[in-house]
Design a protein around this ligand. Structure first.
Ligand code: HXC
Ligand code: NAP
Length: 273
């Protein structure tokens, strides 16, 4: 989609920005003129994302780090700030997911997702804030419908993403005085992503989801980018602490019914407790 925002002179850091939705968000900001930094675990994915983002013409920085490691996350941000000069916008979207019943996964499996999604979000926010804090700065956490809609096979993700949205709300309260806004964007089912490969791996599961989305189709990474661009722009200057679904209406009711079907489709998934 044609960029409708002017982010030239702005610097955007995208944690988990090397594939799928978050890379789409990074591309949206790059197309709008921003300098962009991306961070994730895999150096190969970082290198590929940097090459892609450079095609938009702006400055790009990539760094490999795991959001579960606070020191590594902080060092990655300092390196990005040294390379690009400052931060204006933080997008935090690193996450892990797999379908597994609560008793069909180990305690370590549950902990792994909470560590990436929730503790990782806290690490990213905590490390970024001193570098970001100034009036007009914007933080967007990438959440998921599991944060407010219970889904079987997703206890780990529901618990983690509910915590992410609470980080959004409390961050908005604590950091409003510094002029920093904090919001969540909640994607619905997004085409061609790792998340959908894992939760809707075949035509049956895709159909189960599609028929419960009021707009009748999957979204795209650019749909999520457009929401992040608006939320981080002066047009949203009085918006903070919101959890914004960008999901074709899926969370109005369809998520639960599609997951009833997905539960059957995934019967037996996961590893024995
Ligand atoms: C049960 C599983 C499992 C599975 C892994 N584990 N996969 N348990 N079912 N399918 C267990 C392992 O056995 C291990 O427990 C523990 O989880 C940690 O596994 P590791 O492979 O050592 O972890 P790690 O290498 O850190 O990888 C993390 C990961 C992986 C989450 C398991 O899948 C990953 O890197 N994911 C990132 C990409 C991703 O998931 N993208 C989708 C995001 S979509 P034991 O006890 O054996 O040690 C999303 C929301 C989508 O977040 C919402 C759609 C509506
Ligand atoms: P994805 O492509 O797997 O994106 C996850 C990103 O996070 C990757 O760049 C990954 O790169 C990085 N990452 C994972 N674990 C990390 C860690 N420990 N430290 C640092 N980086 C890490 O998945 P996606 O489906 O596009 O999902 C992106 C976001 O949207 C997630 O927050 C997800 O919860 C949310 N979401 C997705 C959907 C959907 O339809 N797909 C729906 C609702 C919400 P590395 O592997 O290199 O680390």
């Amino acid at each position: 989609m044609q960029a409708q925002y002017d982010y030239s002179g702005k610097v955007v850091f995208v944690a988990g920005g090397t594939s799928g939705i978050n890379l789409g968000v990074a591309q949206g900001f790059a197309q709008a003129g921003a300098s962009v930094a991306v961070m994730s675990r895999s150096q190969d994915k970082v290198d590929a994302a940097v090459a892609l983002l450079k095609a938009h013409g702006g400055e790009v920085f990539g760094v490999a780090a795991d959001v579960r490691d606070y020191a590594a996350t902080e060092n990655a941000m300092k390196a990005a700030q040294a390379a690009l000069g400052k931060f204006d916008v933080l997008i935090s979207g690193a996450a892990g997911n797999f379908p597994a019943a609560a008793l069909g996964m180990s305690a370590n499996a549950f902990k792994t997702v909470v560590d990436i999604d929730l503790l990782g979000t806290y690490h990213v926010l905590r490390a970024a804030f001193p570098l970001l804090k100034k009036p007009g700065a914007s933080i967007v956490n990438i959440s998921a419908p599991q944060a407010f809609i219970p889904m079987e096979m997703q206890m780990h993700v529901c618990a983690a993403k509910a915590g992410v949205d609470m980080c959004t709300r409390v961050g908005a309260m604590e950091w409003g005085a510094a002029g920093v806004r904090v919001n969540s964007v909640t994607p619905g089912p997004i085409e061609g992503t790792e998340g959908m490969k894992r939760l809707a791996p075949n035509e049956t599961t895709r159909h189960l989801i599609t028929e419960t989305v009021p707009l009748g189709h999957f979204g795209t990474p650019d749909d999520i980018a457009q929401a992040c661009l608006w939320l981080s722009s002066p047009l949203a200057r009085y918006v903070t602490g919101v959890v914004l679904p960008v999901d074709g209406g899926w969370s109005l009711g369809g998520v639960s019914s599609s997951f009833d079907g997905l539960k059957k489709a995934f019967a037996g998934a996961g590893k024995p407790a």
